[in-house]
Design a protein around this ligand. Sequence first.
Ligand SMILES: [Zn+2]
Length: 150
Amino acid sequence: MGQIKPGKYELMRNAAAKKMKSLLRDALLVVEQDLDDEIKNSHTFKIVTGFGGTKFVGLGDGRYWGGGTNLWAADKSEAVLVVAEGLQECLMEVLWVLWPECPEHPFGLHLRADAEGRAVWLCKSEGAHIVAPVGQLKTVKQEDGSNGDN
Ligand SMILES: [Zn+2]
């Protein structure tokens, strides 16, 4: 087995890894807007790098769930989707918190990409309804208090 000198390929790989991390970090800022104040006030979150360069959403104190999906995204919309999933997994597996909950039903929300590839929160109750795009869950929750029925 010949030794391969770190060269062009290595540098390209490092640059790609850096780019991926900043893509995921930006996505985390979007996803965090959907967090309940209670969680937000007691925890911080970050993108952590595990063994072999795998990336996860972890807690600011370094805890993360290594059984989660390795975060990888081709673009911003995809990054928001995978990071939202990662944060959901982190909250569930590390803190045992079910997040987020539908503003109308007592159920946890699921992630989907809509027709334009945008990440949205989906509630599977009553034939399934889209609650909000990821990052805008709180605007829906606030509106919800003012009018009773839809
Ligand atoms: Zn619902």
